[in-house]
Write a protein that binds this ligand. Structure first.
Ligand SMILES: [Zn+2]
Length: 342
């Protein structure tokens, strides 16, 4: 089959469109013919290299996969060949206390497709049958592939970690990012007033269309100052943070006394300076978050089916143009998800 692989870490130029052996479904697995795979910022980190990540070369990126079941391995019942499916973007042991408690993203064997295992920049993938999610009827493969990783991440941040309640103010960084576009919608669904940031004027209306009540052009204005003005100097109850050092101090300044900051990533670098005085005196909470419980994706998909949440698609490119897709994501030119089709 054709796949986009890389044999060493580096920039977009390391991505090669090549022939690789077809995966075969093992016991308990299904073979999925991939129809669409969405990019995540995680793909850029894995391509560049992460300190503790050891890959088996060549590696294949891609966590968000929609396709059809092409074959089933031994021991798999109740899965129809030809059925459209969406894949849970991570694997876990299914047997430990955390998995059985519905907190599979705290499983010690938790592995994200395309990060810790070979992923979906390919024509086919073999995954455990337990990775299949009910397909969101009414969506094409390109839109369905936009959903899993960022909506799962944003759902855990807004609903489980921050526990956003109706009437609260929420600041969501980067409306055009995958997590940002999802978090705005999920915060609105829970009755919040949402402030968001964008990097260019052409993204303002798109952010409003997702439900954002206030949109700040962060290159032109200090977002923390704007938040203070918008909230009558009170600050927001919750910040959805995934940028890191470039925004972290401003995010803390944006919080009301007793506010919560939830962090799921750090795209501008790994470390940030924190005023500890601010944290204890203003009684702030800083909450880490990675992915979410698989079961929460069922809730997300229910809302998608009902039209209360929607995927945000920026562009569709053929798989062979993965380099160009990475360049677009790296330049932050996108609004929503960039999708590759084999
Ligand atoms: Zn487990």
């Amino acid at each position: 089959m054709k796949a986009v692989v890389f044999h060493q870490h580096g920039g977009p130029e390391v991505l090669q469109y090549e022939d690789v052996p077809d995966p075969r479904p093992g016991c308990g697995e299904v073979l999925v013919r991939i129809k669409a795979v969405a990019l995540n910022r995680l793909d850029l980190w894995v391509r560049n290299g992460l300190p503790k990540l050891r890959l088996a070369w060549p590696h294949i990126l891609g966590s968000d996969i929609a396709g059809v079941v092409e074959a089933v391995g031994d021991g798999v019942g109740g899965v129809e060949v030809g059925k459209p499916v969406l894949l849970q973007p991570a694997l876990s042991c299914g047997r430990c206390r955390m998995c059985l408690d519905g907190r599979d993203n705290l499983c010690r064997q938790y592995a994200i497709l395309g990060e810790n295992t070979r992923g979906g920049y390919a024509e086919r993938i073999a995954v455990p049958a337990t990775s299949l999610l009910p397909y969101p009827e009414g969506l094409d493969f390109e839109h369905a592939a936009c959903l899993p990783l960022t909506f799962l991440t944003a759902w855990q941040m807004v609903v489980r970690r921050a526990e956003v309640r109706a009437g609260e103010w929420v600041l969501v960084h980067a409306a055009g990012s995958g997590v940002g576009a999802a978090a705005i919608q999920i915060a609105k669904l829970h009755g919040a007033t949402v402030v968001t940031t964008v990097g260019s004027a052409d993204k303002v209306e798109k952010a409003r269309a997702l439900g954002a009540d206030h949109v700040i052009l962060y290159r032109e204005r200090d977002f923390a100052e704007e938040v203070r003005t918008l909230t009558g100097k009170r600050g927001v109850d919750v910040v959805i943070e995934h940028i890191g050092p470039a925004t972290f101090a401003g995010s803390l300044r944006s919080l009301a006394w007793g506010g919560r900051l939830v962090l799921c990533g750090s795209s501008s670098g790994p470390t940030a300076e924190v005023s500890l005085v601010d944290v204890f005196f203003r009684q702030l909470r800083i909450l880490g978050s990675t992915m979410g419980s698989k079961a929460d994706l069922f809730a997300v998909l229910d809302h998608v089916r009902a039209g209360r949440l929607r995927p945000v698609l920026d562009a569709v490119l053929p798989l062979s143009r993965a380099r160009e897709a990475h360049e677009r994501l790296e330049a932050r030119g996108q609004f929503g998800k960039i999708v590759l089709v084999p």
